[in-house]
Write a protein that binds this ligand. Structure first.
Ligand SMILES: NC(=O)c1ccc[n+]([C@@H]2O[C@H](COP(=O)([O-])OP(=O)(O)OC[C@H]3O[C@@H](n4cnc5c(N)ncnc54)[C@H](OP(=O)(O)O)[C@@H]3O)[C@@H](O)[C@H]2O)c1
Length: 270
């Protein structure tokens, strides 16, 4: 059982969130920071500078005691040196050391849905596979490794790693071949990480179907009529979740700490 001892929030935290310029990542950044103690440090990554600036403003309004550093970076190009440098400079530029924090938290939220117009029997282009996995797996593993170099075992009281996963990691959906294989492999990576590192709290969180740009992209681009209908119905019947709903849920999951490290926890789980 993850040893979060019911006191995850309210501590001095170093938190890195990828894909923080919009959607789920932006809401996580705002609501998580509200719960951090003063002198916490929040590091936000995505490509859109303007989106990151907007998230930073939301964070400052939520909790002025949190320092926010933004890095506009294309995470589809895994670069270990750059990743390590960004983490280290976020600390040195703020005048902090890893040991100043009680909690280190990395949230691998970045993700893309891939080409949903292509069926698996046509997925013959190695460059396309490479491009998809560069962003959704290779870069994630690379950033995670650099993060753990800066926050090794014993550096802080609690080290938590969150992977934003999906039902698609465990259940196949037509036209979503890249996405399903990407999420399945990424989730397994984090399960192995949990096995190898008993002192880490690893959470694979599936946020449910959430009303973001990603979901709109599936509706507009899927090559499968059933999948299109399923997502259109979710929106029409308003059973689709808001970013607020899924953020409230993960906040509770982290607060309660009742998950095995490496476990897949879905929004709809009890
Ligand atoms: N929405 C859903 O229904 C749903 C369901 C299950 C799981 N998820 C997962 O939740 C996570 C967030 O999804 P979302 O719905 O919030 O998606 P979204 O609205 O499309 O946001 C994706 C985020 O990733 C960033 N990003 C994309 N490509 C990038 C790149 N090359 N380099 C750096 N950053 C990049 C985007 O920022 P820039 O464009 O500024 O780079 C944005 O901040 C994803 O992992 C997704 O798979 C979503």
């Amino acid at each position: 059982m993850a040893d979060l001892k019911k006191r995850f929030w309210g501590q001095r935290t170093y938190c890195l969130i990828t894909g923080a310029s919009r959607g789920i990542g932006q809401k996580f950044a705002t609501e998580f920071s509200r719960r951090f103690a003063a002198n916490s440090l929040l590091v936000l990554m995505a490509r859109s500078e303007s989106g990151l600036v907007q998230t930073k403003e939301l964070v400052t309004n939520a909790n002025a005691g949190v320092t926010t550093k933004i890095y506009s970076v294309d995470l589809s190009k895994p670069d270990p040196e750059l990743f390590l440098n960004m983490i280290q400079t976020s600390l040195t530029d703020s005048g902090y050391n890893p040991a100043d924090f009680a909690v280190s938290l990395i949230v691998h939220n970045v993700g893309s849905v891939g080409d949903v117009s292509e069926v698996t029997s046509n997925m013959s282009c190695p460059e396309k596979w490479q491009e998809y996995f560069s962003l959704n797996l290779f870069s994630v593993a690379c950033l995670n490794s650099q993060f753990l170099k800066v926050f090794p075992e014993g550096s802080v009281k609690q080290r938590t790693v969150v992977n934003v996963t999906s039902l698609c990691a465990t259940k196949p959906f037509k036209s979503m071949g890249y996405y399903c294989t990407g999420k399945a492999s990424r989730e397994m990576f984090f399960r192995v990480l949990a096995e190898e590192n008993p002192s880490l709290n690893v959470l694979n969180y599936a946020p449910g179907p959430v009303d973001t740009d990603m979901l709109l992209e599936v509706i507009s681009s899927t090559g499968d009529a059933d999948i299109k209908e399923m997502f259109v119905n979710l929106k029409k019947t308003e059973t689709i979740l808001t970013v607020d709903q899924t953020t409230e849920r993960i906040i509770k999951v982290l607060e309660n700490g009742k998950f095995e490290s490496g476990q897949h926890v879905d929004y709809y789980d009890e």
